[in-house]
Every structure is written in C-alpha cells, then in structure tokens.
Write a new protein. Structure first.
Length: 397
C-alpha cells in the first residue's frame, strides 16, 4: 500500500525548491541535552534556548517539521528550589530527589519554551514518554498517531522522558539524557534526520581532551564495533548521556532509515545549518531507506545487550535467504530475557545481525540451542513452535 494511504501515516512534506530555502531534510527530530541547555552551569541558559527556538521557527517557515526532545527539567527544578532558599538542591543527587526536581522543573521548562515560541505565534505541545509506553505495541501506535497529528496541525511537539514516574533515564541506565529516547521518536515518526545537539563537536578518533592529535570523523557509514569503541568514557555529572549513548542513538536511528548528526549545540545556527545539509559535526548515514511501522517498533525496543549468537549457516539463512532462525543455528545465549521480548541476534564475532521477537525465553533456548526443531518437545516437555525467532518477527539490520 502506498505510504500516503497507510492508516495513521501523515505524509512528510515534499522536497522544496531552492526558493523555499533549500532544505535537505524535512522531518527533523532535534535533541537538546542538559549540557547544551545549561552550558555546564547549574541553571538553564535562556539565550541558548531562544536561539534554538528561533532556528526551529525559521525551519518551519521553510517547510520543515521539527520535533524537539528537550532535557533540562531537573536543572530547572534545582534552579527553582535554590531560588526559594532550599539547601537540598545542591547536595542531593539520589534518584528520588531528582524525580522531585523533575516534577518542579518540568512546568518551568515548558513555560520558558511557551514564552519563546509565542512571539512567533507557534503552538507547542508537551509529550512525556517512558520506555514502557513505547514497549507496548498499542502504546507505540498511539504515540505515533498523536505526534503525527500534532505535526499535521502545525504544532511543535516538545518531548521529554517522564522522569517523575520512570527512573531509568535518571539512573543513567536506559535513555541516557534522552539520547535513546530521541532516536526512538525519530523511529516512531519516520523522520528524515535526528540531530543530537551536544557539548562536543562530534565523534573523534580518540578523546580530544587527552589526545590532542584526535581527529573529528565527519561521516560514518555504519555503526560497527570499531565505531562503538570510539565512544567510551564516563558520563558527566550534569549531562547524563555522553558520547556512548549518542552513538547508540545514532545506531538505532540509522538502522531504521533515519540519518543522524552529532554536533555542538552552541555552534551558531547549528540545527539550521545541518537541516540545510551543511557538513558540521559527525553525520551517520542511514543504513536503509524505509522500514514498516512494526519493524521500526522492534528496532526501537531492542536496547538490551542480552540476546543470542548464531553460527555462519544461520547467518546466511537470516541475511541472505530471509528465513526464520531455528534453534539448531543458535550457538550461545547471553543474559536473561523472556518469551515475547525483542532481542538482538549476533554473529560469532558479536556484531548485531538482526533483532526479533523471541519465541522462547533465554533459559529455554539454552536447553534447545543446537538441537533440531522437532527435539524441542522432548527437551522442554512443550513447544512454542519450530522457530527460535520467526521471520515475520525479525528485522535484519
């Protein structure tokens, strides 16, 4: 079925002529992290926020659709409580108190955006999401429909992790300062580009703080283990993401057909320049042109490193012959997962080949790994089918 006729899918704007501004990308997800919005300080920088809003307004006038994934609620909450004379904000760093700061600060953050966008007559909408919202297939579709409807009405969605009820991002274990969330949003809305506005210029060949000879990578064709190895390093105190989660976000985005750019958010007109195709920061090239909604959902949900390793024969069956994964091709099972969970499928070197919905739990697969499909009943005493992962529930990356 043509894209413009699929239920719930709002077509992206068609390419514009040079007279319309020469935009290279039309549906853009921009992520502004805490480090960008505060400049490393302990409060929001309204000048930076005003510049970001001005760029978004300008891009919209040229025909682009922009969704903003914004951090900063915790910083705003700390600023509010400090102004009120509370001593706690500067001392406590535990997760429950960070949830309190998010609850106090989210309204202030949105109020700041409301005032900045109002001067141009632009309507904004708040969307607070958590991983469990996206994990549910129906929830995923509801989020998609809502965001696309907002875009069709000319509204700018401003999205954040729902820190008050979801602690994953606050603990730095899952979303990573909204980096992964922004990639999921780009996946959900079928964006053309994900822009990760950071406090660094992009991905370097080494840490530029300790290796002066390090060079900026202007273009990455594929996020493989060598690229992931360049992104190591500790998280900063205020900015919870770091390069590691940004590269992971770029991997997720590109696997679902969305190009991604990591660039310095405080660079003048960074978002506007990237949208016009200017080469700043590091561009991660989309690995595929298009994926259906269900496949995007599977890619978006696969953030765990737990999964299964397959042999060369199974690899050929998956990648070249587009067949299901059978237990006979499984050589190892990593970590713990449940039946029905979206998991990665790895080759013998550990590189991700595909993601898919597991027909069996990790413990069950360990028991039937390497065995013929007709032996599952005898080993387990029951069977959920011949396949470890069915081809209809699998996406090759």
């Amino acid at each position: 079925m043509p894209a413009h006729k699929r239920p719930g899918l709002v077509p992206k704007p068609q390419p514009a002529s040079e007279g319309a501004g020469g935009l290279r990308y039309r549906r853009i997800v921009a992520k502004a992290g805490t480090g960008v919005l505060t400049g490393g300080a302990d409060r929001l920088d309204t000048d930076v926020m005003a510049s970001l809003v001005s760029q978004i307004v300008g891009l919209r006038r040229q025909g682009a659709e922009v969704l903003l994934v914004s951090s900063g609620a915790v910083a705003a909450g700390r600023q509010v409580l400090r102004s009120a004379g509370a001593a706690e904000p500067d001392r406590r760093r535990d997760v429950p108190f960070r949830q309190v700061l998010a609850a106090v600060g989210q309204g202030r953050l949105m109020n700041a955006y409301e005032l900045l966008f109002a001067s141009s007559g632009t309507t904004i909408a708040q969307a607070l999401l958590s991983r469990r919202d996206i994990a549910d297939r129906l929830g995923y579709l509801n989020i998609r429909n809502s965001l696309l409807a907002l875009l069709s009405l000319g509204v700018v969605p401003i999205i954040n992790e729902n820190d008050v009820v979801a602690v994953e991002e606050l603990e730095g274990e899952s979303f990573g300062d909204n980096d992964t969330l922004s990639a999921m949003v780009a996946n959900i809305v079928d964006a053309d580009l994900l822009v990760l506005l950071s406090d660094v210029d992009g991905l370097y060949t080494a840490d530029p703080h300790t290796h002066p000879e390090a060079k900026l990578l202007s273009r990455v064709e594929r996020v493989d283990p060598s690229i992931e190895g360049l992104a190591g390093g500790p998280l900063s105190e205020r900015s919870r993401g770091g390069m590691r989660t940004k590269v992971e976000a770029a991997r997720l985005a590109t696997a679902s057909g969305v190009s991604a750019v990591i660039c310095r958010g405080r660079e003048p007109d960074a978002l506007k320049r990237v949208a016009h195709g200017e080469a700043i920061g590091t561009l991660f090239v989309a690995a595929t042109s298009n994926l259906e909604s269900r496949e995007r959902w599977m890619l978006g949900m696969c953030s765990t490193s737990d999964g299964i390793v397959v042999d060369a024969g199974a690899q050929r069956a998956l990648c070249e012959q587009h067949r299901s994964l059978l237990p006979a091709g499984v050589t190892a099972v990593r970590g713990d997962f449940h039946r029905g969970e979206v998991i990665p499928i790895l080759d013998e070197s550990g590189e991700r080949l595909a993601v898919g919905i597991a027909n069996y739990s990790a413990d069950e697969l360990r028991r039937i790994a390497g065995k013929r499909s007709d032996q599952a009943q005898a080993v387990l005493g029951y069977t959920y089918g011949e396949e470890a992962v069915h081809r209809n529930n699998l996406v090759v990356v």
